[in-house]
Design a protein around this ligand. Structure first.
Ligand code: PLP
Length: 392
């Protein structure tokens, strides 16, 4: 059969057509009133998308650039910081904080689980300057409890930094209510545009802390970027085409809910949650096991390799047969799990097609393990139940 290439990966994700057109037409200079108007509007829309009143800045970098900026702007060498980690992206916080000379304490959980709040509490003290964590750990498919961690920090001077690069647009977050001091997103995830831009919102406490940080920083000096943003500019040449694309994508997201970005984001989150629930039901009905069953994220569903086959075979066969790109496990999880993303520009039709393709692939890899239609039937039922509750 014909094959169309389709991304079902947790970044980059499929592109919104409106964003692609906007990129192609983004023939403008960044020191002009036209660009300033666009940039100011996009930063405002990003505020609604994040769901915060805090100032938002954007930088031309992949998501990790904004993670580094959070470390270099909020800490000083020798600062005590706490990293909560249960996967590859949590480990990135540890590496970054160490690279900047912080004294890092790590609370970790095995891959596929979330950390114990008791252990987090035991490791908190007034000396801990910053806590770094993920909203959703993309490498394992687990969702962490941001609000519970935020509660432990309430009333203290410890700042909370959340990598929500796959959390934004897939998870209902109460950024200001929880007092998240820096929340980070990336263009290639729920914003439906290509990689290359990262954005973050910082609280007043975070902006204040930046004044006393003794880390060297230049390109990633967020204070400078904030001053430029207030004038509708970026300190250096921005990723002009991506800014235009993000504006168009956020308009598209808003258009799903009468032009309201915040409502559109809620709908996008509900969409991811329902796709994730359908996918979880389907893979289990096919005899497969979830990798992170205790607190599965709606960003990505991680599935254990079927008995007698490698996850790498599933991913390879799915691409060879249907042109769909799934993700293998990262690092030592390679071959052990495969991952299906529900981030951004994906809908009911995509979700059903993924499950149908997976049935075909597994019917060959593990014949007799299930009957064709088992996964689809389970997913359809989840959709029906949600529709009955008017969630769809
Ligand atoms: C994608 C992702 C990142 C950022 O990775 P980049 O390759 O630097 O864009 C960071 N954290 C999480 C949880 C992610 O999913």
């Amino acid at each position: 059969m014909f094959r169309k290439t389709r991304l079902f990966t947790p970044g980059p994700t499929p592109l919104a057509p409106a964003a692609q057109f906007a990129m192609a037409a983004a023939d403008l200079h960044h020191r002009t009133p036209e660009f300033r108007a666009l940039y100011s509007r996009v930063l405002q829309q990003l505020q609604s998308f994040i769901g915060t009143k805090n100032d938002v800045v954007a930088i031309a970098a992949s998501g990790t650039g904004a993670m580094e900026a959070a470390v270099s702007n909020l800490t000083s060498p020798g600062d005590k910081v706490l990293v909560l980690t249960a996967g590859k992206f949590g480990e990135r916080w540890t590496s970054l904080a160490k690279a900047f000379g912080c004294a890092v304490t790590v609370v970790s959980a095995p891959y596929g689980e979330t950390f114990s709040l008791d252990e987090v509490r035991k490791n908190l003290s007034p000396e801990v300057r910053v806590v770094f964590m993920q909203a959703t750990e993309t490498s394992t498919g687990i969702r962490h409890d941001i609000s519970a961690v935020a509660k432990l920090l309430r009333g203290s001077d410890t700042l909370l930094v959340v990598d929500a690069i796959t959390g934004l647009g897939t998870t209902h977050l109460d950024v200001d209510g929880d007092g998240i001091d820096i929340i980070i997103g990336g263009s290639q995830k729920a914003l439906m545009v290509p990689p290359g831009m990262a954005y973050l919102a910082a609280s007043q406490r975070a902006w204040d802390r930046m004044e006393s940080s003794k880390q060297p920083r230049y390109y990633f000096d967020l204070r400078k970027e904030r001053k430029s943003a207030a004038k509708g500019e970026s300190s250096y040449t921005p990723a002009v085409a991506l800014v235009a694309a993000i504006g168009a994508a956020l308009d598209y997201i808003a258009s799903q809910s009468n032009g309201d970005v915040a409502e559109g984001r809620r709908k996008l989150v509900a969409n991811a949650e329902l796709c994730a629930a359908m996918t979880r039901a389907a893979v289990q009905a096919m005899g497969l096991q979830l990798f992170a069953p205790s607190s599965p994220s709606a960003a990505v569903t991680a599935v254990k390799a079927p008995a007698g086959a490698s996850a790498t075979d599933v991913v390879k066969k799915f691409k060879a047969q249907f042109g769909g790109i799934l993700s293998d496990g990262q690092g030592e999880m390679k071959g052990q799990i495969f991952r299906i993303a529900h981030i951004g520009y994906l809908d009911f039709m995509d979700c059903i097609a993924i499950i149908a393709g997976l049935e075909q692939v597994l019917a060959e890899l593990t014949p007799g393990a299930f009957k064709l239609g088992d996964g689809l039937r389970a997913a359809q039922q989840v959709y029906r139940d949600a529709a009955a509750k008017k969630e769809a």
